[in-house]
Design a protein. Structure first.
Length: 94
């Protein structure tokens, strides 16, 4: 999906998506979350980075034939990939 397609698709599905996309439009470089992992330094994640990772997962789900409304099971280590996959599924409508 292109950024415009992802934006339109997200806005049609949920308020959470609309909030994320609006925040992306207005505050791209603002830190939106901090990853805290044992034995590693805390990591600040910008809205831009979260949306880019999430959009990548949304594209992956579409490429793998996962349709809107389908259940996606995520088994990933805690970190940006897990959060990106979660938001990617939401943005994709799964």
């Amino acid at each position: 999906m292109t950024g415009e397609q992802l934006q339109l698709h997200a806005e049609l599905h949920t308020t959470a998506c609309t909030i994320l996309i609006d925040h992306y439009r207005q505050h791209r470089e603002r830190v939106c979350l901090h990853l805290l992992q044992a034995g590693q330094p805390d990591r600040a994640v910008s809205t831009r980075e979260l949306v880019e990772v999430s959009a990548g997962y949304a594209r992956l789900f579409a490429e793998r034939g996962i349709g809107p409304g389908e259940v996606v099971i995520m088994i990933l280590k805690h970190g940006l990939d897990l959060i990106g996959a979660f938001w990617g599924a939401i943005l994709h409508g799964a």
